[in-house]
Ligand binder design. Structure first.
Ligand code: ATP
Length: 455
């Protein structure tokens, strides 16, 4: 079975996971809207992440910072000055590309463009006569820096508006609140601040469905620690990050670490976890050692001390940060890709089935009356179970067709109500992957399902 992005996009569109943004207006490039099952999947992924990194992590605290921040934040972070990509336009077909990607793709990864200057990129492209991947011509504009931050303005009087930015990352919300969280929780180093929220980037080459969009959600876990222990923290976070993505259903064979070759001047280490998407191995999340850089910059730009007072030694110092950041949408895409399967059943029938981990599946259980005249009993069961789980209810079409529909949205359990149910209060419960069926009494359902969907 070939797993292509096209198949996944089609399934997502047809089964209510993800629709193209503003579709009735012919869409709006690289924006996507989550539908009824997609939002359940994404929310469940965010919930499992929060459970793992906040609820079950000692010394870890969640926040939800504002998207619009004082513009000085982005001066301090370096984004106003430096957050841009080198772009080149093909003058023949008018397509736009990132010069660093052109170099890496042309050299099939043999040349790393990380850290190359625009002059070096242009020299490589000219020397190797790198052609436009779209139309095949060699007719480039010169490289220009493409600003990645979306700007908007605050204020109502024309001419007196101030430029503000849609945050290009959530990290600064954690950094500027470092002392607020420390003071109000009385946390001692090492401790972590977690946040899930939207970020916006005016990407040069968005695309590949949810992989690279201009508006996306990040899940971040920033650990504040002493510099002496920071590399040990970095290693621990790497392992925890890998464990999490395996635990939410990504196969180990489709995951790998990728160390950054060129580090920011302040960093001691940086890596990504890559996932084998249908488009190839690509970054799923980043883990970066950021030293004292961010807090030092905020101290300098805000004029407020960003130091931690060690209660034992009475020493004051700026902690080192180890950042772990993963895109919620990119992880949702990876989970969709991993779960997708086409199976041939006994008798030659085929089915598409999404093998989601039950904890992240959109619906946990579907209630299916065998015949319409059993719907009263079925609705009773639905109303009992829906107090505990997201449930689907379907009474239209043959039972086989209804099972197929539930398989396609990855519902781990289907409960069928038949005539015996009316007599003895038992139901058939069918498991999605094995398609095995067992008979259970209605009173056992909540316990049975709860155990299977634990994370
Ligand atoms: P890339 O090299 O792919 O542009 P990055 O190194 O700039 O990514 P980070 O700034 O480290 O990415 O962001 C952390 C995570 O946020 C990424 O690993 C990814 O999961 C997610 N992410 C970043 N940019 C996008 C985007 N445009 N669309 C969707 N998710 C994104």
């Amino acid at each position: 079975m070939e797993k292509t992005m096209e198949k996944i996009v089609n399934l997502c569109k047809n089964r209510g996971f993800v629709y193209p943004g503003s579709e009735i207006y012919n869409g709006f490039a690289n924006t996507w809207d989550f539908g009824p099952v997609g939002i359940e999947l994404k929310n469940n992924i965010k919930r499992t992440w929060w459970k793992r990194f906040v609820q079950e992590s000692p010394n870890s605290y969640g926040i939800d910072a504002a998207i619009l921040m004082n513009p000085k934040v982005w001066e301090a972070s370096g984004h106003v000055q430096g957050f841009s990509d080198p772009k080149m336009d093909c003058k023949s077909c008018k397509q736009r590309f990132r010069a660093d990607n052109l170099v890496e793709e042309h050299s099939k990864g043999a040349v790393s463009a990380e850290g190359m200057t625009n002059e070096q990129l242009e020299a490589y492209i000219n020397e190797h006569k790198v052609k436009c991947p779209h139309c095949g011509n060699f007719n480039w504009s010169s490289i220009r820096q493409f600003k990645l931050m979306f700007e908007t303005s605050r204020g109502t009087i024309e001419g007196e508006k101030d430029t503000v930015y849609l945050r290009p990352e959530t990290a600064q919300g954690e950094y500027v609140n470092f002392l607020n969280v420390q003071r109000t929780t009385r946390a001692k180093l090492p401790f972590a601040i977690a946040q899930i929220g939207k970020a916006f980037r005016n990407e040069v080459t968005p695309g590949n469905f949810l992989f690279r969009t201009v508006e996306f959600e990040q899940m971040e876990y920033q650990t504040f620690c002493k510099d002496e222990t920071s590399l040990q923290t970095y290693e621990t976070i790497k392992q925890r990050a890998l464990q999490f993505v395996e635990d939410v259903g990504l196969k180990a064979e489709n995951l790998r670490f990728h160390d950054h070759e060129k580090l920011a001047f302040y960093a001691k280490a940086a890596c990504d976890i890559q996932y084998k998407f249908p488009i190839g191995w690509e970054e799923l999340n980043g883990i970066h050692h950021r030293s004292t850089w961010d807090l030092s910059r905020h101290q300098e730009f805000s004029g407020k001390p960003m130091q931690y007072l060690d209660p034992v030694t009475n020493e004051k110092f700026i902690p080192t940060i180890v950042e772990y950041s993963i895109g919620a949408d990119r992880l949702t895409l990876a989970i969709l890709c991993e779960a997708y399967d086409e199976e041939t059943l006994e008798g030659g029938d085929t089915r598409i089935v999404m093998h989601f981990l039950p904890a992240v599946a959109p619906y946990k259980v579907a209630i299916l009356p065998l015949q319409k005249n059993l719907s009263e009993k079925a609705k009773e069961v639905y109303s009992m179970l829906s107090k505990y789980f997201m449930c689907d209810y379907d009474e239209s079409g043959s039972i086989g067709k209804r099972y197929r529909r539930e398989d396609e949205i990855g519902t781990p359990f289907c409960v069928t109500i038949d005539f015996d149910t009316l007599n003895d209060n038992t139901v058939t419960i069918r498991e999605r992957d094995s398609m095995k069926q067992i008979r259970l009494s209605i009173s056992e359902l909540i316990n049975y399902i709860s155990k299977q969907i634990e994370f």
